[in-house]
Design a protein around this ligand. Structure first.
Ligand code: GLV
Length: 331
């Protein structure tokens, strides 16, 4: 009988594919996270691990696992920067993720941040809740219009495209930057060109060595002083220290963030920064989407253990080829 470790409690029905396949499911009913050491100890004793983006599945976990019975790691997320995919490939451990099912939900949340940051919603609500609102004022909370603005998407994968569809409905002009030409209207060959033009810059690239601190002091300097930065991709794509400095100095207008460099820590300067909307990594957090994600990861695990190749395999082949490009955006 196959045995699979599910590192955290998943939404109701999420593990059904494992149970339906007769897999023995291990995990903690109290949802206490496994420490890294505990993952290293558990990995060789299971055929599969269904994990979350908060679990670091590094070479140590994978090497320990592959020396035992570990054959598959399924990350309940589109991004898989928490998994050492190169080592998994080398050891013949399949890695799967959950692309596709969260695009619309994440795009909805991205749009919520575009609107909330442009219109200073957090600051306005905080004042109201704190009793600082003395009544309607014609010069209060003057945000930036979203309609008629130019949206610059950095990365144009499934989520970026879902954001673009919403933007059209809001009367925005849409640009995108990817490293390879898309052949589609609005493509900017360079990031700089997009930053020069966009009123809202929204990030949709996976975290890779190439995209770490893609937006730093120089890029923030290049943005319009009236521009808004939105990040629903991965925190380390933005240099938070540089972003906090830019917000404090008014070098950009506002920011809407769902992800952070050192989650769950949020940079204290960002917590205090003006015109900033901060959410706790809830991009894909709707009940239906999180359930779909959990099921997809569990289905992929069952497939690999049955010798089948799931569509959401990021390691190319269970015992072969290298990783495919990241799922949450193409650059
Ligand atoms: C969430 O951040 C994901 O990558 O699915």
């Amino acid at each position: 009988m196959s045995r699979v470790l599910v590192t955290r409690v998943l939404p109701d029905g999420g593990t059904d594919p494992l149970h339906d396949a007769g897999v023995e499911v291990l995990g903690r009913p109290d949802d206490r996270p496994y420490t890294h050491d505990e993952l290293v100890t558990a990995a060789p004793q299971v055929d599969g691990i269904v994990c979350l983006l908060t679990d670091r599945i590094d070479a140590e976990v994978l090497t320990a696992g592959a020396a035992g019975r570990l054959r598959v790691v399924a990350n309940v997320a589109a991004g898989y920067d928490n998994v050492d995919v190169a080592t998994a490939v080398r050891l013949g451990v399949a890695v799967c993720n959950t692309p596709g099912v969260l695009d619309e939900t994440t795009a909805d949340l991205t749009f919520a941040l575009i609107l909330a940051a442009s219109r200073l919603c957090s600051q306005a609500e905080a004042d109201l809740r704190a009793g600082r609102w003395a009544g309607w004022g014609i010069t209060q909370y003057l945000g930036r219009d979203v309609h008629g603005a130019t949206l610059g998407l950095v990365g144009y994968g499934r989520i970026g495209r879902a954001v673009a569809r919403r933007a059209v409905g809001f009367g925005m002009r849409v640009l995108h930057h990817t490293r390879r030409p898309t052949g589609e209207p609005g493509w900017c060959a360079t990031l700089g060109e997009l930053l020069d033009t966009a009123d809202v810059v929204s990030l949709h690239v996976p975290l890779t060595p190439d995209t770490r601190h893609l937006i730093g002091a120089a890029e923030l300097e290049r943005m319009k002083p009236t521009a808004v930065l939105v990040n629903t991709a991965r925190g380390p794509v933005v240099d938070e220290e540089a972003l906090a400095a830019a917000l404090e100095a008014g070098r950009i207008f506002a920011a809407g963030l769902d992800v952070y460099e050192h989650e769950p820590q949020v940079h204290p300067r960002l917590l205090a920064a003006p015109r900033t909307v901060l959410l706790p990594h809830i991009g894909s957090a709707s009940r239906d989407t999180r359930t779909h994600m959990a099921r997809l990861a569990c289905e992929a695990t069952v497939a690999v253990l049955a010798g089948r190749r799931p569509a959401n395999l990021v390691t190319g082949r269970p015992h072969g080829a290298g990783p495919t490009p990241g799922p949450s955006g193409d650059r």
